[in-house]
Design a protein around this ligand. Structure first.
Ligand SMILES: Nc1ncnc2c1ncn2[C@@H]1O[C@H](COP(=O)(O)OP(=O)(O)O)[C@@H](O)[C@H]1O
Ligand SMILES: [Mg+2]
Length: 605
Protein backbone atom coordinates (compact mmCIF):
# COMPACT_ATOMS: atom_id res chain seq x y z
CA UNK A 1 0.00 0.00 0.00
CA UNK A 2 1.38 3.35 -0.93
CA UNK A 3 2.17 5.76 1.87
CA UNK A 4 -0.22 8.30 0.40
CA UNK A 5 -3.15 6.35 1.67
CA UNK A 6 -4.11 6.03 5.28
CA UNK A 7 -4.39 2.44 6.43
CA UNK A 8 -8.02 2.80 7.43
CA UNK A 9 -8.79 3.71 3.84
CA UNK A 10 -7.89 0.21 2.79
CA UNK A 11 -11.28 -1.37 2.59
CA UNK A 12 -9.91 -4.90 2.72
CA UNK A 13 -8.43 -4.68 6.17
CA UNK A 14 -10.55 -6.90 8.41
CA UNK A 15 -13.58 -7.26 6.26
CA UNK A 16 -16.62 -9.10 7.48
CA UNK A 17 -18.26 -10.16 4.26
CA UNK A 18 -20.40 -12.88 5.70
CA UNK A 19 -21.88 -10.67 8.42
CA UNK A 20 -22.35 -7.89 5.89
CA UNK A 21 -24.20 -10.15 3.47
CA UNK A 22 -26.31 -11.41 6.35
CA UNK A 23 -27.18 -7.85 7.24
CA UNK A 24 -28.01 -7.08 3.66
CA UNK A 25 -30.38 -10.02 3.45
CA UNK A 26 -32.36 -8.77 6.39
CA UNK A 27 -33.15 -5.80 4.16
CA UNK A 28 -34.38 -7.88 1.23
CA UNK A 29 -36.19 -10.43 3.35
CA UNK A 30 -38.93 -7.88 3.78
CA UNK A 31 -40.13 -9.13 0.42
CA UNK A 32 -39.80 -12.89 0.97
CA UNK A 33 -42.60 -13.74 -1.46
CA UNK A 34 -41.10 -11.75 -4.29
CA UNK A 35 -37.65 -13.14 -3.68
CA UNK A 36 -38.91 -16.72 -3.82
CA UNK A 37 -40.98 -16.05 -6.90
CA UNK A 38 -37.99 -14.50 -8.60
CA UNK A 39 -35.95 -17.59 -7.80
CA UNK A 40 -38.67 -19.83 -9.27
CA UNK A 41 -38.64 -17.73 -12.43
CA UNK A 42 -34.90 -18.11 -12.53
CA UNK A 43 -35.07 -21.90 -12.40
CA UNK A 44 -37.86 -22.01 -14.95
CA UNK A 45 -35.95 -19.87 -17.41
CA UNK A 46 -32.82 -21.99 -17.02
CA UNK A 47 -34.74 -25.22 -17.56
CA UNK A 48 -36.21 -23.75 -20.70
CA UNK A 49 -32.86 -22.55 -21.99
CA UNK A 50 -31.07 -25.83 -21.31
CA UNK A 51 -33.95 -27.58 -23.03
CA UNK A 52 -33.31 -25.66 -26.22
CA UNK A 53 -30.16 -27.58 -27.26
CA UNK A 54 -32.02 -30.81 -26.64
CA UNK A 55 -34.73 -29.95 -29.06
CA UNK A 56 -32.02 -28.79 -31.41
CA UNK A 57 -30.40 -32.22 -31.20
CA UNK A 58 -33.72 -33.89 -31.99
CA UNK A 59 -34.24 -31.61 -34.96
CA UNK A 60 -30.76 -32.23 -36.34
CA UNK A 61 -31.08 -35.99 -35.91
CA UNK A 62 -34.48 -35.85 -37.55
CA UNK A 63 -33.18 -34.02 -40.58
CA UNK A 64 -29.97 -36.02 -40.78
CA UNK A 65 -31.48 -39.01 -42.56
CA UNK A 66 -29.48 -40.68 -45.20
CA UNK A 67 -30.52 -42.29 -48.44
CA UNK A 68 -33.98 -42.46 -49.89
CA UNK A 69 -36.15 -42.06 -46.83
CA UNK A 70 -38.60 -39.23 -47.38
CA UNK A 71 -37.74 -36.31 -45.19
CA UNK A 72 -40.64 -34.93 -43.12
CA UNK A 73 -40.63 -31.52 -41.54
CA UNK A 74 -40.48 -31.97 -37.72
CA UNK A 75 -43.01 -29.24 -37.19
CA UNK A 76 -43.82 -30.05 -33.57
CA UNK A 77 -40.14 -30.01 -32.65
CA UNK A 78 -39.58 -26.71 -34.40
CA UNK A 79 -42.50 -25.16 -32.61
CA UNK A 80 -41.29 -26.55 -29.28
CA UNK A 81 -37.90 -25.04 -30.04
CA UNK A 82 -39.46 -21.62 -30.46
CA UNK A 83 -41.70 -22.03 -27.45
CA UNK A 84 -38.80 -22.94 -25.19
CA UNK A 85 -36.82 -19.95 -26.32
CA UNK A 86 -39.81 -17.75 -25.69
CA UNK A 87 -40.37 -19.26 -22.24
CA UNK A 88 -36.72 -18.74 -21.36
CA UNK A 89 -36.92 -15.08 -22.22
CA UNK A 90 -40.30 -14.65 -20.53
CA UNK A 91 -39.17 -16.10 -17.20
CA UNK A 92 -35.97 -14.17 -17.42
CA UNK A 93 -37.77 -10.85 -17.75
CA UNK A 94 -40.37 -11.82 -15.20
CA UNK A 95 -37.59 -12.46 -12.71
CA UNK A 96 -36.12 -9.01 -13.35
CA UNK A 97 -39.45 -7.29 -13.06
CA UNK A 98 -40.40 -9.05 -9.84
CA UNK A 99 -37.02 -8.46 -8.30
CA UNK A 100 -36.79 -4.77 -9.17
CA UNK A 101 -38.97 -3.75 -6.21
CA UNK A 102 -36.90 -5.81 -3.79
CA UNK A 103 -33.67 -4.35 -5.00
CA UNK A 104 -34.63 -0.70 -5.05
CA UNK A 105 -36.48 -0.91 -1.75
CA UNK A 106 -33.35 -2.38 -0.14
CA UNK A 107 -31.28 0.44 -1.62
CA UNK A 108 -33.67 3.04 -0.36
CA UNK A 109 -33.88 1.61 3.14
CA UNK A 110 -30.14 1.26 3.47
CA UNK A 111 -29.55 4.80 2.21
CA UNK A 112 -32.01 6.29 4.69
CA UNK A 113 -30.49 4.18 7.45
CA UNK A 114 -27.01 5.52 6.69
CA UNK A 115 -28.30 9.07 6.39
CA UNK A 116 -30.01 8.77 9.76
CA UNK A 117 -26.86 7.33 11.24
CA UNK A 118 -24.75 10.20 9.91
CA UNK A 119 -26.93 12.55 11.90
CA UNK A 120 -26.35 10.48 15.03
CA UNK A 121 -22.61 10.65 14.71
CA UNK A 122 -20.97 13.35 16.72
CA UNK A 123 -19.90 16.78 15.62
CA UNK A 124 -16.31 15.68 16.09
CA UNK A 125 -16.74 12.97 13.44
CA UNK A 126 -18.17 15.45 10.97
CA UNK A 127 -15.52 18.06 11.60
CA UNK A 128 -12.87 15.41 10.99
CA UNK A 129 -14.31 14.12 7.74
CA UNK A 130 -14.58 15.64 4.30
CA UNK A 131 -18.19 16.08 3.32
CA UNK A 132 -17.34 15.05 -0.24
CA UNK A 133 -15.90 11.77 1.02
CA UNK A 134 -18.88 10.99 3.19
CA UNK A 135 -21.39 11.53 0.45
CA UNK A 136 -19.37 9.34 -1.89
CA UNK A 137 -19.19 6.58 0.71
CA UNK A 138 -22.91 6.84 1.15
CA UNK A 139 -23.52 6.61 -2.57
CA UNK A 140 -21.06 3.78 -3.08
CA UNK A 141 -22.52 1.87 -0.16
CA UNK A 142 -26.02 2.00 -1.55
CA UNK A 143 -24.83 1.12 -5.05
CA UNK A 144 -22.86 -1.79 -3.66
CA UNK A 145 -26.02 -3.30 -2.23
CA UNK A 146 -27.72 -3.00 -5.56
CA UNK A 147 -24.81 -4.50 -7.46
CA UNK A 148 -24.39 -7.40 -5.07
CA UNK A 149 -28.06 -8.27 -5.37
CA UNK A 150 -27.76 -7.87 -9.12
CA UNK A 151 -24.82 -10.18 -9.44
CA UNK A 152 -26.37 -12.74 -7.17
CA UNK A 153 -29.72 -12.87 -8.85
CA UNK A 154 -28.74 -12.19 -12.42
CA UNK A 155 -25.33 -13.83 -12.69
CA UNK A 156 -24.15 -16.08 -9.90
CA UNK A 157 -27.26 -18.04 -9.11
CA UNK A 158 -28.26 -18.49 -12.78
CA UNK A 159 -24.78 -19.69 -13.66
CA UNK A 160 -24.71 -22.14 -10.80
CA UNK A 161 -28.14 -23.45 -11.73
CA UNK A 162 -27.11 -23.79 -15.33
CA UNK A 163 -23.88 -25.47 -14.45
CA UNK A 164 -25.65 -28.08 -12.35
CA UNK A 165 -28.15 -28.79 -15.11
CA UNK A 166 -25.48 -29.14 -17.79
CA UNK A 167 -23.34 -31.32 -15.56
CA UNK A 168 -26.31 -33.58 -14.86
CA UNK A 169 -27.04 -33.93 -18.58
CA UNK A 170 -23.48 -34.71 -19.50
CA UNK A 171 -23.13 -37.27 -16.72
CA UNK A 172 -26.26 -39.11 -17.59
CA UNK A 173 -26.09 -38.99 -21.38
CA UNK A 174 -22.44 -39.09 -22.41
CA UNK A 175 -19.06 -40.52 -21.68
CA UNK A 176 -17.36 -39.52 -18.48
CA UNK A 177 -14.54 -37.69 -20.23
CA UNK A 178 -16.93 -34.95 -21.34
CA UNK A 179 -17.88 -34.18 -17.77
CA UNK A 180 -14.24 -34.38 -16.66
CA UNK A 181 -13.11 -32.03 -19.43
CA UNK A 182 -15.78 -29.48 -18.58
CA UNK A 183 -15.17 -29.70 -14.85
CA UNK A 184 -11.45 -29.29 -15.13
CA UNK A 185 -11.80 -26.35 -17.49
CA UNK A 186 -14.14 -24.65 -15.07
CA UNK A 187 -11.92 -25.32 -12.08
CA UNK A 188 -8.78 -24.07 -13.81
CA UNK A 189 -10.74 -21.06 -14.96
CA UNK A 190 -11.83 -20.28 -11.42
CA UNK A 191 -8.45 -20.73 -9.82
CA UNK A 192 -6.83 -18.55 -12.46
CA UNK A 193 -9.47 -15.85 -12.02
CA UNK A 194 -9.17 -15.88 -8.23
CA UNK A 195 -5.41 -15.62 -8.25
CA UNK A 196 -5.05 -12.90 -10.83
CA UNK A 197 -7.92 -10.91 -9.37
CA UNK A 198 -6.42 -11.01 -5.89
CA UNK A 199 -3.11 -9.83 -7.29
CA UNK A 200 -4.56 -6.90 -9.18
CA UNK A 201 -7.05 -5.92 -6.50
CA UNK A 202 -4.78 -3.42 -4.80
CA UNK A 203 -4.43 -1.35 -7.98
CA UNK A 204 -8.11 -0.86 -7.72
CA UNK A 205 -7.94 0.12 -4.05
CA UNK A 206 -5.31 2.66 -4.80
CA UNK A 207 -7.38 3.96 -7.64
CA UNK A 208 -10.44 4.31 -5.39
CA UNK A 209 -8.51 5.99 -2.63
CA UNK A 210 -7.01 8.54 -4.99
CA UNK A 211 -10.36 9.04 -6.62
CA UNK A 212 -11.92 9.89 -3.25
CA UNK A 213 -9.01 12.10 -2.37
CA UNK A 214 -9.19 14.03 -5.64
CA UNK A 215 -12.88 14.48 -5.13
CA UNK A 216 -12.46 15.66 -1.56
CA UNK A 217 -9.91 18.18 -2.75
CA UNK A 218 -12.11 19.43 -5.55
CA UNK A 219 -15.12 19.84 -3.28
CA UNK A 220 -13.08 21.59 -0.63
CA UNK A 221 -11.53 23.96 -3.17
CA UNK A 222 -14.92 24.78 -4.68
CA UNK A 223 -16.48 25.36 -1.27
CA UNK A 224 -13.67 27.79 -0.65
CA UNK A 225 -14.11 29.42 -4.03
CA UNK A 226 -13.82 32.94 -2.66
CA UNK A 227 -10.76 32.20 -0.56
CA UNK A 228 -9.02 30.62 -3.52
CA UNK A 229 -9.62 33.81 -5.51
CA UNK A 230 -8.58 36.13 -2.69
CA UNK A 231 -5.21 34.47 -2.54
CA UNK A 232 -4.82 33.82 -6.26
CA UNK A 233 -4.28 30.19 -5.51
CA UNK A 234 -6.05 28.64 -8.51
CA UNK A 235 -2.75 27.31 -9.73
CA UNK A 236 -1.91 25.73 -6.41
CA UNK A 237 -5.34 24.12 -6.17
CA UNK A 238 -5.07 22.84 -9.71
CA UNK A 239 -1.63 21.49 -9.03
CA UNK A 240 -2.73 19.65 -5.89
CA UNK A 241 -5.74 18.26 -7.70
CA UNK A 242 -3.67 17.16 -10.65
CA UNK A 243 -1.08 15.59 -8.39
CA UNK A 244 -3.71 13.35 -6.87
CA UNK A 245 -5.13 12.59 -10.29
CA UNK A 246 -1.64 11.68 -11.48
CA UNK A 247 -1.48 8.92 -8.89
CA UNK A 248 -5.02 7.93 -9.78
CA UNK A 249 -4.01 7.67 -13.43
CA UNK A 250 -1.05 5.44 -12.59
CA UNK A 251 -3.19 3.00 -10.62
CA UNK A 252 -6.00 3.15 -13.15
CA UNK A 253 -3.68 2.22 -16.01
CA UNK A 254 -2.20 -0.66 -14.03
CA UNK A 255 -5.68 -1.78 -13.13
CA UNK A 256 -6.74 -1.74 -16.76
CA UNK A 257 -3.71 -3.50 -18.23
CA UNK A 258 -3.82 -6.22 -15.61
CA UNK A 259 -7.47 -6.68 -16.48
CA UNK A 260 -6.57 -7.28 -20.12
CA UNK A 261 -4.13 -9.93 -18.98
CA UNK A 262 -6.83 -11.56 -16.92
CA UNK A 263 -9.37 -11.48 -19.72
CA UNK A 264 -6.95 -12.97 -22.21
CA UNK A 265 -6.01 -15.75 -19.77
CA UNK A 266 -9.65 -16.59 -19.22
CA UNK A 267 -10.31 -16.58 -22.96
CA UNK A 268 -7.41 -18.98 -23.53
CA UNK A 269 -8.61 -21.43 -20.90
CA UNK A 270 -12.09 -21.49 -22.38
CA UNK A 271 -10.74 -21.90 -25.91
CA UNK A 272 -8.63 -24.87 -24.90
CA UNK A 273 -11.54 -26.46 -23.02
CA UNK A 274 -13.97 -26.02 -25.90
CA UNK A 275 -11.49 -27.38 -28.43
CA UNK A 276 -10.86 -30.43 -26.29
CA UNK A 277 -14.53 -31.24 -25.97
CA UNK A 278 -15.20 -30.71 -29.64
CA UNK A 279 -12.37 -33.14 -30.43
CA UNK A 280 -14.00 -35.71 -28.14
CA UNK A 281 -17.35 -35.15 -29.78
CA UNK A 282 -15.84 -35.35 -33.25
CA UNK A 283 -14.22 -38.66 -32.33
CA UNK A 284 -17.56 -39.86 -31.03
CA UNK A 285 -19.28 -39.07 -34.31
CA UNK A 286 -16.52 -40.67 -36.39
CA UNK A 287 -16.67 -43.85 -34.34
CA UNK A 288 -20.42 -43.86 -34.62
CA UNK A 289 -21.07 -43.60 -30.89
CA UNK A 290 -22.61 -40.15 -31.24
CA UNK A 291 -24.93 -38.66 -33.82
CA UNK A 292 -24.43 -35.28 -35.45
CA UNK A 293 -27.24 -34.12 -33.19
CA UNK A 294 -25.17 -35.11 -30.14
CA UNK A 295 -22.26 -33.05 -31.41
CA UNK A 296 -24.53 -30.06 -31.90
CA UNK A 297 -26.00 -30.57 -28.42
CA UNK A 298 -22.64 -30.76 -26.68
CA UNK A 299 -21.41 -27.70 -28.52
CA UNK A 300 -24.52 -25.69 -27.72
CA UNK A 301 -24.48 -26.68 -24.06
CA UNK A 302 -20.87 -25.66 -23.72
CA UNK A 303 -21.28 -22.33 -25.36
CA UNK A 304 -24.30 -21.73 -23.20
CA UNK A 305 -22.25 -22.53 -20.12
CA UNK A 306 -19.10 -20.68 -21.03
CA UNK A 307 -20.68 -17.43 -22.04
CA UNK A 308 -21.93 -16.60 -18.54
CA UNK A 309 -18.69 -17.99 -17.16
CA UNK A 310 -16.85 -15.31 -19.08
CA UNK A 311 -18.98 -12.76 -17.26
CA UNK A 312 -18.42 -14.52 -13.99
CA UNK A 313 -14.82 -13.31 -14.03
CA UNK A 314 -15.99 -9.72 -14.24
CA UNK A 315 -18.70 -10.41 -11.71
CA UNK A 316 -16.20 -11.84 -9.26
CA UNK A 317 -14.14 -8.68 -9.46
CA UNK A 318 -17.09 -6.34 -9.25
CA UNK A 319 -18.49 -8.35 -6.41
CA UNK A 320 -15.29 -7.91 -4.46
CA UNK A 321 -15.37 -4.15 -4.99
CA UNK A 322 -19.00 -4.04 -4.06
CA UNK A 323 -18.26 -6.06 -0.93
CA UNK A 324 -15.49 -3.63 -0.07
CA UNK A 325 -17.81 -0.66 -0.53
CA UNK A 326 -20.50 -2.37 1.47
CA UNK A 327 -18.05 -3.12 4.23
CA UNK A 328 -17.08 0.52 4.36
CA UNK A 329 -20.72 1.43 4.68
CA UNK A 330 -21.49 -1.10 7.40
CA UNK A 331 -18.36 -0.03 9.28
CA UNK A 332 -19.73 3.49 9.17
CA UNK A 333 -23.02 2.18 10.51
CA UNK A 334 -21.23 0.37 13.32
CA UNK A 335 -19.44 3.49 14.36
CA UNK A 336 -20.96 4.74 17.56
CA UNK A 337 -21.67 8.39 17.99
CA UNK A 338 -19.50 9.53 20.84
CA UNK A 339 -22.35 11.34 22.54
CA UNK A 340 -24.94 8.70 23.44
CA UNK A 341 -28.20 8.80 25.31
CA UNK A 342 -27.98 6.80 28.51
CA UNK A 343 -30.04 3.63 28.55
CA UNK A 344 -32.43 5.14 31.07
CA UNK A 345 -32.34 8.67 29.64
CA UNK A 346 -35.48 10.62 30.43
CA UNK A 347 -36.81 13.68 28.66
CA UNK A 348 -35.61 16.97 30.09
CA UNK A 349 -38.26 18.87 32.01
CA UNK A 350 -37.68 22.58 31.90
CA UNK A 351 -39.73 24.48 34.45
CA UNK A 352 -37.85 27.69 35.23
CA UNK A 353 -34.78 27.22 33.07
CA UNK A 354 -32.07 27.39 35.68
CA UNK A 355 -28.66 26.49 34.31
CA UNK A 356 -25.65 25.45 36.30
CA UNK A 357 -22.12 24.64 35.16
CA UNK A 358 -20.39 22.74 37.95
CA UNK A 359 -16.61 22.25 37.85
CA UNK A 360 -16.70 21.80 34.10
CA UNK A 361 -13.46 20.77 32.43
CA UNK A 362 -13.30 20.09 28.74
CA UNK A 363 -10.80 19.50 25.96
CA UNK A 364 -11.32 18.79 22.27
CA UNK A 365 -8.02 16.93 22.29
CA UNK A 366 -6.63 15.53 25.53
CA UNK A 367 -3.34 17.39 25.10
CA UNK A 368 -4.99 20.76 25.02
CA UNK A 369 -7.44 21.68 27.79
CA UNK A 370 -9.93 24.36 26.76
CA UNK A 371 -12.15 24.83 29.81
CA UNK A 372 -10.81 24.30 33.29
CA UNK A 373 -13.00 23.72 36.35
CA UNK A 374 -15.57 26.24 35.29
CA UNK A 375 -18.44 26.92 37.69
CA UNK A 376 -21.27 29.38 37.32
CA UNK A 377 -25.04 29.42 37.26
CA UNK A 378 -27.82 31.34 35.56
CA UNK A 379 -30.94 31.92 37.62
CA UNK A 380 -34.31 31.36 35.97
CA UNK A 381 -35.18 34.10 33.52
CA UNK A 382 -31.88 35.87 34.00
CA UNK A 383 -29.34 36.96 31.46
CA UNK A 384 -25.74 35.89 31.82
CA UNK A 385 -23.15 37.42 29.57
CA UNK A 386 -19.80 35.88 28.76
CA UNK A 387 -17.06 38.08 27.38
CA UNK A 388 -13.39 37.55 26.76
CA UNK A 389 -10.75 37.33 24.09
CA UNK A 390 -11.26 35.22 21.00
CA UNK A 391 -10.35 31.57 21.60
CA UNK A 392 -11.12 31.81 25.31
CA UNK A 393 -13.70 29.02 25.01
CA UNK A 394 -16.92 31.03 24.85
CA UNK A 395 -18.52 29.23 21.92
CA UNK A 396 -17.40 25.98 23.48
CA UNK A 397 -19.73 26.73 26.40
CA UNK A 398 -22.66 26.85 24.00
CA UNK A 399 -21.61 23.58 22.35
CA UNK A 400 -21.39 21.89 25.73
CA UNK A 401 -24.80 23.19 26.74
CA UNK A 402 -26.18 21.54 23.58
CA UNK A 403 -24.15 18.44 24.47
CA UNK A 404 -22.33 18.19 21.17
CA UNK A 405 -19.50 16.82 23.26
CA UNK A 406 -19.35 15.05 26.60
CA UNK A 407 -17.46 16.73 29.42
CA UNK A 408 -14.13 15.53 30.68
CA UNK A 409 -15.16 16.43 34.17
CA UNK A 410 -17.97 18.18 36.01
CA UNK A 411 -21.65 18.57 35.21
CA UNK A 412 -23.99 20.81 33.29
CA UNK A 413 -27.32 20.94 35.07
CA UNK A 414 -30.64 22.34 33.84
CA UNK A 415 -33.40 22.63 36.43
CA UNK A 416 -31.73 20.03 38.60
CA UNK A 417 -31.18 17.52 35.79
CA UNK A 418 -27.71 16.63 34.61
CA UNK A 419 -27.87 17.01 30.83
CA UNK A 420 -25.84 13.84 30.42
CA UNK A 421 -28.80 11.87 31.83
CA UNK A 422 -31.55 13.28 29.64
CA UNK A 423 -32.31 12.53 26.00
CA UNK A 424 -30.40 14.67 23.54
CA UNK A 425 -33.58 15.31 21.61
CA UNK A 426 -35.40 16.82 24.59
CA UNK A 427 -32.33 18.81 25.56
CA UNK A 428 -31.91 20.38 22.14
CA UNK A 429 -35.62 21.03 21.91
CA UNK A 430 -35.40 23.23 24.98
CA UNK A 431 -32.56 25.47 23.82
CA UNK A 432 -32.43 27.94 20.98
CA UNK A 433 -29.27 29.44 19.57
CA UNK A 434 -28.20 32.21 17.29
CA UNK A 435 -24.79 30.82 16.41
CA UNK A 436 -21.62 32.73 15.74
CA UNK A 437 -21.45 31.56 12.13
CA UNK A 438 -24.86 30.96 10.71
CA UNK A 439 -24.91 28.48 7.89
CA UNK A 440 -28.09 28.29 5.83
CA UNK A 441 -29.59 25.64 3.60
CA UNK A 442 -29.27 26.37 -0.07
CA UNK A 443 -32.99 26.97 -0.36
CA UNK A 444 -35.33 29.94 -0.03
CA UNK A 445 -35.30 32.37 2.88
CA UNK A 446 -38.79 31.18 3.70
CA UNK A 447 -37.60 27.58 3.90
CA UNK A 448 -34.73 28.53 6.17
CA UNK A 449 -36.92 30.36 8.68
CA UNK A 450 -39.74 27.86 8.48
CA UNK A 451 -37.20 25.11 9.21
CA UNK A 452 -37.26 25.99 12.90
CA UNK A 453 -40.83 24.73 13.23
CA UNK A 454 -42.12 22.83 10.21
CA UNK A 455 -45.68 23.05 11.52
CA UNK A 456 -45.70 26.86 11.47
CA UNK A 457 -47.93 28.88 9.17
CA UNK A 458 -46.75 31.48 6.67
CA UNK A 459 -48.03 34.26 8.90
CA UNK A 460 -45.94 33.01 11.79
CA UNK A 461 -42.87 32.99 9.58
CA UNK A 462 -43.51 36.58 8.54
CA UNK A 463 -44.17 37.61 12.14
CA UNK A 464 -40.82 36.11 13.18
CA UNK A 465 -39.07 37.88 10.30
CA UNK A 466 -40.63 41.15 11.41
CA UNK A 467 -39.46 40.65 14.97
CA UNK A 468 -35.97 39.88 13.70
CA UNK A 469 -36.08 43.09 11.62
CA UNK A 470 -35.49 41.30 8.40
CA UNK A 471 -38.99 41.37 6.91
CA UNK A 472 -38.44 44.68 5.16
CA UNK A 473 -35.19 43.54 3.70
CA UNK A 474 -36.78 40.34 2.43
CA UNK A 475 -39.64 42.32 0.89
CA UNK A 476 -37.18 44.49 -0.93
CA UNK A 477 -35.70 41.48 -2.73
CA UNK A 478 -37.07 40.78 -6.22
CA UNK A 479 -38.11 37.27 -5.20
CA UNK A 480 -39.04 38.18 -1.61
CA UNK A 481 -39.34 35.19 0.67
CA UNK A 482 -38.64 32.88 -2.27
CA UNK A 483 -35.10 34.19 -2.70
CA UNK A 484 -32.64 31.31 -2.76
CA UNK A 485 -29.75 32.01 -0.40
CA UNK A 486 -26.97 30.09 -2.14
CA UNK A 487 -24.67 27.41 -0.83
CA UNK A 488 -24.36 27.74 2.96
CA UNK A 489 -26.25 31.04 2.65
CA UNK A 490 -23.39 32.81 0.93
CA UNK A 491 -25.64 35.13 -1.06
CA UNK A 492 -26.66 36.90 2.15
CA UNK A 493 -24.42 39.21 4.12
CA UNK A 494 -23.27 38.20 7.59
CA UNK A 495 -25.80 40.50 9.23
CA UNK A 496 -28.66 39.22 7.09
CA UNK A 497 -27.78 35.64 7.90
CA UNK A 498 -27.70 36.46 11.58
CA UNK A 499 -31.13 38.00 11.35
CA UNK A 500 -32.46 34.89 9.64
CA UNK A 501 -30.96 32.92 12.52
CA UNK A 502 -32.69 35.25 14.98
CA UNK A 503 -36.00 34.76 13.20
CA UNK A 504 -35.46 31.03 13.44
CA UNK A 505 -34.98 31.20 17.19
CA UNK A 506 -38.08 33.33 17.51
CA UNK A 507 -39.94 30.62 15.63
CA UNK A 508 -38.59 27.89 17.88
CA UNK A 509 -39.32 29.88 21.04
CA UNK A 510 -37.49 27.69 23.54
CA UNK A 511 -37.21 28.29 27.27
CA UNK A 512 -33.44 28.77 27.15
CA UNK A 513 -31.66 31.04 24.70
CA UNK A 514 -28.07 31.28 23.61
CA UNK A 515 -26.79 34.21 21.56
CA UNK A 516 -23.25 33.59 20.40
CA UNK A 517 -22.02 37.00 19.23
CA UNK A 518 -25.43 37.23 17.63
CA UNK A 519 -25.05 40.81 16.55
CA UNK A 520 -21.34 40.91 15.79
CA UNK A 521 -21.92 41.20 12.04
CA UNK A 522 -24.34 44.09 12.33
CA UNK A 523 -23.61 47.78 12.29
CA UNK A 524 -24.46 49.69 15.44
CA UNK A 525 -27.70 50.98 14.01
CA UNK A 526 -29.09 47.60 13.06
CA UNK A 527 -27.66 46.18 16.24
CA UNK A 528 -29.70 48.56 18.36
CA UNK A 529 -32.90 47.58 16.63
CA UNK A 530 -32.17 43.92 16.97
CA UNK A 531 -31.04 44.14 20.55
CA UNK A 532 -34.45 45.53 21.28
CA UNK A 533 -36.03 42.58 19.50
CA UNK A 534 -33.75 40.12 21.24
CA UNK A 535 -34.64 41.67 24.55
CA UNK A 536 -38.31 41.14 23.84
CA UNK A 537 -37.63 37.57 22.81
CA UNK A 538 -35.47 36.94 25.84
CA UNK A 539 -38.00 38.21 28.31
CA UNK A 540 -38.81 35.47 30.81
CA UNK A 541 -36.19 33.30 29.16
CA UNK A 542 -32.96 32.19 30.70
CA UNK A 543 -30.35 33.63 28.41
CA UNK A 544 -26.68 32.99 27.80
CA UNK A 545 -25.20 35.84 25.78
CA UNK A 546 -21.75 35.62 24.35
CA UNK A 547 -20.80 39.13 23.50
CA UNK A 548 -18.26 40.82 21.39
CA UNK A 549 -19.31 44.43 21.99
CA UNK A 550 -19.55 45.11 25.69
CA UNK A 551 -22.07 47.89 25.17
CA UNK A 552 -24.61 45.22 24.29
CA UNK A 553 -24.50 43.53 27.67
CA UNK A 554 -24.52 46.40 30.13
CA UNK A 555 -27.94 45.26 31.31
CA UNK A 556 -26.90 41.64 31.95
CA UNK A 557 -27.67 40.27 35.40
CA UNK A 558 -24.22 38.83 35.55
CA UNK A 559 -21.10 39.03 33.44
CA UNK A 560 -18.34 36.44 33.28
CA UNK A 561 -14.96 37.38 31.93
CA UNK A 562 -13.40 34.29 30.41
CA UNK A 563 -9.74 34.05 29.59
CA UNK A 564 -7.96 30.88 28.46
CA UNK A 565 -10.78 28.69 29.72
CA UNK A 566 -10.95 30.18 33.20
CA UNK A 567 -13.26 32.73 34.78
CA UNK A 568 -11.06 35.64 35.69
CA UNK A 569 -13.75 38.10 36.74
CA UNK A 570 -17.42 37.93 37.56
CA UNK A 571 -20.09 40.48 38.46
CA UNK A 572 -22.43 43.10 37.05
CA UNK A 573 -21.25 45.78 34.66
CA UNK A 574 -20.99 48.29 37.53
CA UNK A 575 -19.16 45.94 39.84
CA UNK A 576 -16.68 44.96 37.17
CA UNK A 577 -15.90 48.56 36.27
CA UNK A 578 -14.88 49.31 39.85
CA UNK A 579 -12.51 46.34 39.99
CA UNK A 580 -10.12 47.68 37.36
CA UNK A 581 -9.40 44.32 35.79
CA UNK A 582 -9.56 42.83 32.29
CA UNK A 583 -13.17 43.94 31.88
CA UNK A 584 -12.40 47.57 32.68
CA UNK A 585 -9.52 47.40 30.25
CA UNK A 586 -11.68 45.97 27.46
CA UNK A 587 -14.40 48.50 28.20
CA UNK A 588 -12.03 51.44 27.94
CA UNK A 589 -10.61 50.11 24.69
CA UNK A 590 -14.04 49.80 23.12
CA UNK A 591 -15.10 53.21 24.39
CA UNK A 592 -12.07 54.81 22.80
CA UNK A 593 -12.75 53.01 19.56
CA UNK A 594 -16.27 54.32 19.53
CA UNK A 595 -15.25 57.87 20.18
CA UNK A 596 -12.68 57.64 17.45
CA UNK A 597 -15.28 56.36 15.03
CA UNK A 598 -17.69 59.10 15.99
CA UNK A 599 -15.04 61.69 15.31
CA UNK A 600 -14.07 60.31 11.92
CA UNK A 601 -17.57 59.70 10.62
CA UNK A 602 -19.22 62.55 12.45
CA UNK A 603 -22.23 60.46 13.35
CA UNK A 604 -23.26 57.80 15.70
CA UNK A 605 -22.80 54.43 14.04
N1 LIG B 1 -13.57 21.12 17.10
C1 LIG B 1 -12.47 21.62 17.68
N2 LIG B 1 -11.38 20.85 17.79
C2 LIG B 1 -10.27 21.31 18.39
N3 LIG B 1 -10.16 22.54 18.92
C3 LIG B 1 -11.22 23.37 18.84
C4 LIG B 1 -12.43 22.95 18.21
N4 LIG B 1 -13.30 23.96 18.28
C5 LIG B 1 -12.67 24.98 18.91
N5 LIG B 1 -11.42 24.62 19.25
C6 LIG B 1 -10.45 25.44 20.01
O1 LIG B 1 -10.99 25.74 21.26
C7 LIG B 1 -10.68 27.05 21.65
C8 LIG B 1 -11.95 27.76 22.08
O2 LIG B 1 -12.78 27.91 20.98
P1 LIG B 1 -14.12 28.75 21.04
O3 LIG B 1 -14.92 28.28 22.20
O4 LIG B 1 -14.77 28.68 19.71
O5 LIG B 1 -13.55 30.21 21.31
P2 LIG B 1 -14.32 31.59 21.41
O6 LIG B 1 -14.13 32.02 22.82
O7 LIG B 1 -13.63 32.53 20.49
O8 LIG B 1 -15.74 31.39 21.05
C9 LIG B 1 -10.02 27.72 20.45
O9 LIG B 1 -8.66 27.83 20.77
C10 LIG B 1 -10.23 26.76 19.32
O10 LIG B 1 -9.08 26.69 18.52
MG1 LIG C 1 -16.82 32.02 19.55
Amino acid sequence: MSHYIRYEDNPHSHRHDRQNLGRMFTYIWEYKGRVLFALLCLIASKLALVGVPFILKQIVDHLDVSGDVVMALPLALLLAYGALRLAGSLFNELRDAVFARVRYRAMRRISTRVFQHLHNLSLRFHLDRHTGNISRDLERGATSVSSILNYMVFNILPTIAEFILVAAILFSQYELRFAIAIFSTVIIYFVFTFMITEWRMHFRHEMNAYDSKANGRAVDALLNYETVKYFNNEKLELQRYDETLYHWEQSAVKSQTSMSLLNFGQGSIIAIGVTMIMVFAGQGVVSGQMSIGDLVLVNALMLQLFIPLGFLGIVYRQLKYALADMDLMFKLLERQGEVQDQADAKPLHVKDGEIEFKNVSFAYQPERPILQELSFSIKPGQKLAVVGPSGAGKSTLARLLFRFYDLNDGEVIIDGQNIATVTQQSLRESIGIVPQDTVLFNDTIYYNIHYARPAATRDEVIKAAELAHIHEFIQSLPDGYDTVVGERGLKLSGGEKQRVAIARVIMKNPKILVFDEATSSLDSHAEKAILKALKEVAENHTTLVIAHRLSTIIDADQILVLEAGKIVEQGTHRELLTSDGLYTHLWQLQQEEQIEQKQTTGKNI
